[in-house]
Design a protein around this ligand. Structure first.
Ligand code: PGA
Length: 243
């Protein structure tokens, strides 16, 4: 089954709106990732969809003001954690930090949704250059991740080319399929025994979702803007169930 993750980012403004949105997007193949303050109440109304977090701390507990740990999130019903989103990398998250967060998620039995993707300047040099860039991000994120921590965990990779996020200019489904295949082969060659699924993210809408979700090797989508409109999100979910 194709998985569709709703990344609400810094939206909506109130818990009331969040609960309303969650009720409208509660389908079996969906993961809903609201802002932290809305997790508990959003989770309480979800009957079919799973709950995701947009970020986690690399720390477990202690004197880390303002941080939220993977264990805390698990205790309020979170099952998925988006890690290394480009909007967080742009705010200073390094490869080392992202790798620590991956380990923290796995330790708390959260499914990591590791985001990777190249900037436009790299993609302009062609798909092989983009693959090298993504391979470096994957290698860095998995430093020190033990095989044993992966065995019973799902692991999701979200391929999100930076230039496609929030721009209304999605990547080409055939190129994304090539990238998704590459990511799976890369992880296999590194002998990570991961149950890896690769999602695509970047300006996914009801118009283009079908083309991505029907393409080989693409196992779902990470949806930002369109997840704030239940009408659009439900259409994307519908193309996921029919592909
Ligand atoms: P978008 O965002 O769908 O608005 O392009 C995707 C994402 O940032 O995960």
């Amino acid at each position: 089954m194709k998985l569709i993750i709703a990344n609400w980012k810094l939206n909506p403004m109130t818990v009331k709106e969040a609960v309303r949105l969650a009720c409208a997007e509660d389908y079996r193949n969906a993961v809903i990732a609201p802002p932290f303050p809305f997790l508990k109440e959003t989770g309480a109304v979800l009957k079919r969809a799973k709950l995701g977090a947009q970020n986690i701390s690399e720390e477990e507990k202690g004197a880390f003001t303002g941080e939220v740990s993977a264990f805390m999130l698990r205790s309020v019903g979170v099952r998925y954690a988006i890690i290394g989103h480009s909007e967080r990398r742009a705010r200073g998250e390094t490869d080392d930090l992202i790798s620590e967060k991956v380990k923290a998620a796995l330790a708390a039995r959260l499914t990591p949704v590791l985001c990777v993707g190249e900037p436009r300047s790299v993609r302009k040099r062609g798909l092989p250059a983009a693959k090298r860039y993504v391979a470096r991000q994957l290698r860095a994120a998995l430093v020190g991740v033990s095989q044993s921590s992966l065995i019973n965990n799902q692991f999701l990779i979200a391929y999100e080319p930076l230039w496609a996020i929030g721009t209304g200019k999605p990547d080409d489904p055939a190129e994304v399929a090539g990238m998704a295949k590459f990511i799976k082969e890369f992880l296999k060659a590194k002998s990570y025994k991961l149950k890896t699924r690769v999602l695509y993210g970047g300006s996914v809408t009801p118009r283009n979702a079908g083309a991505f979700l029907c393409a080989p090797h693409i196992d779902g989508a990470l949806v930002g803007g369109a997840s704030l409109s239940p009408k659009q999100f439900v259409k994307i979910l519908a193309s996921a169930s029919s592909s």
